[in-house]
Write a protein that binds this ligand. Structure first.
Ligand code: CAA
Length: 257
């Protein structure tokens, strides 16, 4: 399948998605979101994919939802079409995802990165939720995911002033897992992706589900949920292999089942 606004590459068990609308700093229009959804559906069904890395260009991960496409929408257009609702596919995607961010990750671009499981940032990355400058507010989870990631003080600062935050500040604040030199971004992200994709896939899916549950539930319920998942992994071939490999002092060869 060929796409107009994204490019796909396969790196072993890692699927790489490059957002590719350079003329608009990878602004996220309806076509890009539907192509991303379509690619994700393919990765979900593909047993050979164990992790997805999403990246943009050197200049921009994505500069937000496409303002030119949105500008003339009425309330009824926006509400009835629920056009942002379609972005949720990435947030609901079950396999691990990594955002590799260089340059601008603004508005919907920051929100898309935050829908991934973790963010690796180039030292050139700039994060922000500048929607307030357009007379609106974040609409793809920015007020919620940013606040959970960095806390109220910094989230309010970013959402109310619309200012940008550099990679180091973003790492200090807890938005970003690692900062790397821009030249190494893709290789570092693919290396992290390969490490994740080499793990047992059932364990990786459950690890992701359990961490995400921490944002939705109480500690007692979350710990109970984690324990159920933990015990259930003893039904997998990969648990037998992983523990046998440790005892036999060899590298585990997971079958991802
Ligand atoms: N939508 C549509 N087009 C965009 C865009 C966007 N979000 N961001 C940049 N572009 C386009 C520009 O219009 C320009 O196109 P033309 O050459 O045809 O004019 C091209 O990309 C290059 O942009 P600039 O000339 O502005 O580049 P710059 O380096 O001077 O500035 C920037 C870069 C600071 C990122 C600036 O482009 C900018 O502020 N972009 C908008 C950022 C923004 O407000 N994002 C939030 C969008 S709303 C949203 O995302 C809602 C939501 O929560 C879902």
């Amino acid at each position: 399948m060929t796409y107009e606004t994204i490019e796909l590459e396969s790196h072993g068990r890692v699927a790489l998605v490059r957002l590719n609308r350079p003329q608009a700093l990878n602004a996220l229009n309806a076509l890009l979101i539907s192509e991303l959804d379509c690619a994700l559906a393919g990765f979900a069904a593909d047993e050979g994919v164990g992790c997805v890395v999403i990246t943009g260009s050197e200049k921009a991960f994505a500069a937000g939802a496409d303002i030119k496409e949105m500008a003339d929408k009425s309330f009824a257009d926006a509400f009835l079409s629920d056009f942002i609702g379609r972005w949720d596919t990435l947030a609901r995607f079950r396999k691990p995802t990594i955002a590799a961010v260089a340059g601008f990750a603004l508005g919907g671009g920051c929100e898309l990165a935050m829908m991934c499981d973790f963010i690796i940032a180039a030292d050139t990355a700039q994060f922000g939720q500048p929607e307030i400058k357009l007379g609106v507010i974040p609409g793809a989870g920015g007020t919620q995911r940013l606040t959970r990631a960095v806390g109220k003080a910094k989230a309010m600062d970013l959402v109310l002033t619309g200012r940008m935050m550099g990679a180091e500040e973003a790492e200090r604040a807890g938005l970003v897992a690692r900062v790397v030199p821009a030249a190494d971004l893709l290789s570092e992200a693919l290396k992290a992706g390969a490490a994740v994709a080499a793990m047992s896939l059932p364990a990786a899916l459950m690890a992701k589900e359990a961490v995400n549950a921490a944002f939705e539930t109480t500690l007692t319920e979350g710990v109970r949920f984690e324990r159920r998942l933990f015990y259930s992994l003893f039904a997998t071939e990969d648990q037998k292999e992983g523990m046998a490999a440790f005892v036999e002092k060899r590298k585990a060869g997971f079958r991802h089942r």
